[in-house]
Design a protein around this ligand. Structure first.
Ligand code: GLA
Length: 370
């Protein structure tokens, strides 16, 4: 029976956090940690799913049984199959086995990696001819409908469209994008993993999205021509303060407006190899995420504060949805070992936990392995 093996990576995001669903710009890249799926057709209508890493299995009797399961891992896969079912009917079932080395809950998009590997693999195996952008949107829909997170498009986009050694500036309103090389000369990206994922993460994520939508609607009452936060300045926001009575909504809007602007400036810095200015903006983003957007947590703040005055670290901030996961840092190559050592000591002393770190490489997006 014909079978196919596909891998899809996790991602980092240089800057532009919580901005994708606010129709601004983001700057992600795919990393050398991936989900790998192997899929082969069956002769009946059953779907057999195997999670290799946790030795678990699930058999779905037919395509009419694609519903949310108690086994969480299965939902990322079934969610994607359900999207295919809406448009294309499969003539036969399949066996699908999955393994992944994207750390779970680390803010590196382990779920998007699974969704994209499944979407890419099914499209190839059944020769459906769906284009890559459509696959990314289908994977995102799976997250909305089967994982309950109203995520933006950044993670799935990066997992499918990543390019080796390049970052990609994505306009989340038009979905136009531009690659450019990430040149860090004698610096390197290092991620520090808090090792925590707070239970709040998913519900608070959805709340932030709602708060931003509400905030934009209130601004639109004063400025009906405005389509997104991209067209809103801080002065315009201040002028709407009587309408936006809720302090949280005001803070969320302020962060989004500032981060959209900061991301554009930071992208210029990066293109001009001005890593010092870029790094300063990373710290500013963290402050916004922590104080205005309120998606950080004590562990993330400890990690960012610990490198703030370290001259070997140009910039650091929490990355991804927040409430745990990783910080992204730009560290002088020759000093990485020393910084890791210092950070591990600080983290252990302040939280009692061991600190993991990852030195990631930037790789290409989803692809067929065999
Ligand atoms: C999660 C979501 C993304 C994005 C980030 C925050 O990773 O899946 O869509 O919103 O959080 O930037």
């Amino acid at each position: 029976m014909k079978s196919i093996t596909v891998k899809a990576p996790g991602r980092i995001n240089l800057i532009g956090e919580h901005i994708d669903y606010n129709h601004g710009f983001v700057l992600p890249a795919a990393i050398n940690k991936s989900a790998i799926v192997s899929i082969s057709k069956r002769s009946d209508q059953q779907i057999h799913l195997t999670a290799i890493d946790i030795l678990d299995e699930l058999i779905i009797e037919s395509f009419s049984d694609l519903v949310i399961q108690e086994k969480k891992w299965a939902n990322y896969i079934i969610g994607v199959i359900a999207q295919f079912q809406k448009k294309h009917s499969f003539e036969v079932g399949f066996n699908l086995a999955i393994t992944s080395d994207v750390p779970i809950g680390a803010g590196l998009s382990s779920s998007a990696a699974i969704e994209c590997a499944v979407a890419y693999g099914l499209n190839e195996l059944f020769e459906l001819g769906i284009d890559k952008m459509e696959l990314a949107f289908m994977a995102q829909k799976a997250e909305h409908e089967f994982a309950g997170v109203q995520c933006g498009i950044m993670d799935q986009f990066a997992s499918i469209f990543g390019k080796s050694d390049q970052v990609v500036l994505l306009d989340c309103a038009s979905m136009e994008f531009e690659y450019f090389p990430l040149i860090l000369t004698d610096y390197q990206i290092v991620l520090f993993d808090t090792g925590v994922k707070h239970a709040l993460a998913n519900s608070e994520y959805n709340t932030r999205k709602f708060e931003c939508e509400k905030g934009l609607q209130l601004i639109q009452q004063q400025h009906p021509h405005i389509k997104s936060f991209r067209e809103v300045s801080i002065t315009m926001l201040e002028a709407c303060i009587d309408k936006i009575k809720n302090a949280n909504i005001y803070k969320r809007c302020k962060y989004v407006i500032e981060e959209i602007h900061r991301t554009m400036e930071a992208t210029k810095n990066l293109k001009q190899n001005d890593l010092t200015s870029f790094g300063e903006k990373m710290f500013a983003t963290h402050e916004g995420l922590s104080l205005l957007y309120e998606v950080s947590c004590p562990e993330l703040d400890i990690l960012v504060n610990a490198v703030k005055d370290n001259t070997n670290v140009l910039g650091a901030r929490m990355m991804g949805g927040g409430f745990g996961g990783c910080t992204i840092n730009i560290i002088k190559q020759t000093e990485i070992q020393q910084v890791v050592h210092e950070m591990s000591t600080i983290y252990k002393a302040q939280t009692g936990q061991d600190l993991k770190h990852y030195e990631v490489q930037i790789v290409s997006g989803a692809q067929v392995c065999s």
